[in-house]
Write a new protein. Sequence first.
Length: 388
Amino acid sequence: MGDDRITGDRPGGDLGSLVDGSDIRRVHVLAWRDVDDTEAGGSELHLREVTRRWVAAGLEVCVRTSEVPGEPTTVVRDGVEVVRRSGRYKVFPQGILAEIFGRHGRRDALVEVWNGVPFLTPLWARGPRMAIQHHDHADMWPLVLSPGLARLGSLLERRLAPPCYRSTPVVTLSTSSRAGLIEGLGHRPDGVYVVEPGIHPRFSPAGRRDTEPLVVSVGRLTASKRVDVLIRAFAEARDRVEGLRLEVIGDGPEESSLRRLAADRGVADAVAFRGRISDDDLVEAYRRARLVASASVSEGWGMTLTEGAACGTPAVATDIAGHRDAVDDGRSGLLASEDSALPGLIVEAAGPRWDQLSAGALTFATRFDWDRTATEAFRILDGTVPSR
């Protein structure tokens, strides 16, 4: 594998022709969660969009994840077989054993989604394989685990596992995330490839913006998303923008504390917690809003920001790896180098610069295409097949 980086500027080519010329026919995928999981996010959405296109191009795909409580253990979605068994953490050893003993049938290639905890496929899997790793989780471990477990998780991700992947191509979503994986985890530069995600065609401009300026936040309500920081910034910005409102879309363990924070800041009547909503309602929210905002501490990309851009809705977000690629700073949105800058950027983007940023967001969003994403991801996987 060379050190070429595949970005949204490079044509994807014909996935069907690529599959027809490949020796790969059946792909197995190991992932932590399924997209139907209540805690699913951008990683799960990315996998769904890629694998559904692989199946449409003629591949057989089996995805193994942890169970989804109350849901069937096996489903077929868009032609992709999804096996959902084992608990949150047991999925790692049990998923590995299932592959070693061939419980999901034969495979020609193996894909691992490395979401914090790796499946360590290079240690036990033979044949073509690659890993999908969205970002370095260094900033997230202390937010989700006790200090002892956080240190253990960080040690595994940043020191113990990376040397095992020296000969395994790693696909990530952004140039800034690639830099983080190389600098933070020590991945070889010539083994990390950037394949930007796409945007579903449903995200498009239509309808009218709300009369009162609206900011939307979309994502799981977890500590790492830092919706509390966003609410504080919103409360300060509201003093300067008449009628400014915030809709928090998504659910999670932080919801109760976030509601209390909104009340403490005196903006409870201006902040609506909408929970999980349908895809159609999400599109409608982006179209009504003037801004989509994120104060997340760590992201591989920032799919909500590019989804909003496709609806003509600019972004205000923290200047972190992932966001730097999902937002063209000054053109499709504004990035805050520190938390204290967020209120001023919300005021600026919702007011005098909105027309310019909205037009820039629409133009920027045209570069992202899921067909190209699926094609280039498979091209990298196919490149691990030994020459005949």
